[in-house]
Design a protein around this ligand. Sequence first.
Ligand code: PEP
Ligand code: MG
Length: 291
Amino acid sequence: VAPARTVPRTARVRRADGGDLRLSANVGSVADARAAVAAGAAGVGLVRTELAFTGRSALPGEDEQVEWLSAVLAACPDGPVVVRTVDLGGDKPVPGLRLDQVRHGFLGERGLRLCLARPALFRTHLRAVLRAAVSRPIELMFPFVTEPAELAAARSALASAAESLRADATPFAEPAGVGIMVEIPTAALRPEPFLPDVDFVSVGSNDLVQYLTAADRTVPEVAGVYRSGERLVPGLVAGLVAAAGPAGVPVAVCGDLAGDPECAALLRTAGVAELSMAAPLLAGVRAALAD
Ligand code: PEP
Ligand code: MG
């Protein structure tokens, strides 16, 4: 039985300043998208497209990526859907790509850096995302952006992918908005240069805390050091909102801290427009924010 598509009124919570705070879900599969609907998510703040690349023996081709993403989009709740371009490397090895643990590790060529270094892979992926977007409107988000030149290069790759689809007479849809993940301290501490070229930003607290504390997020022995950095996030997000607000750029949070009830309350006070989390965490955050 298909889950109901209605969004409970409680999916949205009034912010202290009167704005709407959207409580959305992070999704990496059709099952996740259905769970988001069942949990009453007001949208999807993060589609993890790299999950189309894992669990298989070779890289997916353009048609396979279109099929994967279209199925996920069809199952998503009503409301805005943010698709993140493929975020490979770091802790995400991929069958079909020989990624070196250092060169493509947490401090290396990962995320958007890897896509920009492999233009053919990026073009195939962007074409697939634009084609899948025919089925429903999406917003597009680039991960792991360190400096504005990378955003400019990614936007140019996007325009070129769209142009190639136009030339092929292949149906596609432009994203309704383009944004970046803020998950590297450079972008969190100095967001201003990015703001004229984005429609939104979304904070990836998992990586942001990792790079603030220099504590690998996958190593249990440094988990305590890692956690000590989490308390910095609401303040950094408040700074981001102060910079982005006047530029008309909404700030979301889609890292794990968005699903932590205590932190969610601080992030609401900081003025975020959206908190996006694993669907099972929505009920706890909703309850905490209703108090
Ligand atoms: C993050 O870094 O907070 C994030 C949402 O991205 P990922 O966990 O996929 O690196
Ligand atoms: Mg990340």
